[in-house]
Unconditional design. Structure first.
Length: 177
């Protein structure tokens, strides 16, 4: 992907996604396993979003629509997948369906959470209404702010200075009683 080989990047992502089988840590219970299962499911959905971003950047709009429709059903809270479905429909010449996908998503989020869709979906909706194209030129899907990882500087390890050990003072001599 970094070398501009989007087709190869999409194939590698898809091969990795094909390794996923069922629910992570199925059959294990407890708060630690539940938290890990939730985190892994989120990473799984993120990998699908990245794959779809690469495929959209490659111009695979119409071919993505069935997969994105399935993924929206599987991960209904993932606005990225919903926005990608809207973009694929729009880029495939199906603007009315793209706008309907936004309306459906908006209803879902309002019914479930009492909140409007997030900025990513709102932006896609505005661009579709204006008839703008997406991915007119090859793009790096990880270059946007929402996909970059934050690099946190780690200070070099400096061992603590040894604590001076007090020199014992001899106990005063006391004569026996």
């Amino acid at each position: 992907r970094a070398a501009g080989r989007l087709s190869e990047a999409a194939d590698i992502l898809r091969a990795g996604l094909a390794l996923w089988r069922g629910d992570a840590l199925a059959g294990l219970s407890g708060p630690v396993f539940d938290a890990a299962r939730t985190r892994l499911a989120d990473l799984h959905a993120t990998a699908w979003e990245k794959w779809a971003e690469v495929e959209l950047a490659r111009g695979q709009d119409t071919a993505l629509i069935p997969d994105l429709s399935r993924l929206v059903e599987e991960f209904p809270l993932r606005e990225g997948l919903r926005a990608q479905l809207m973009i694929a429909l729009h880029q495939g010449g199906r603007q009315a369906e793209a706008l309907a996908a936004f309306r459906d998503a908006r209803e879902y989020f309002l019914d479930q959470f009492g909140a409007e869709p997030g900025e990513k979906m709102q932006d896609a909706h505005r661009r579709i209404l204006r008839g703008e194209t997406f991915y007119a030129a090859p793009v790096d899907p990880w270059a946007s702010e929402s996909h970059t990882s934050v690099s946190v500087p780690v200070p070099a390890y400096t061992p603590p200075e040894p604590t001076p050990t007090p020199t014992p003072t001899p106990a005063p001599f006391l004569p026996p009683l």
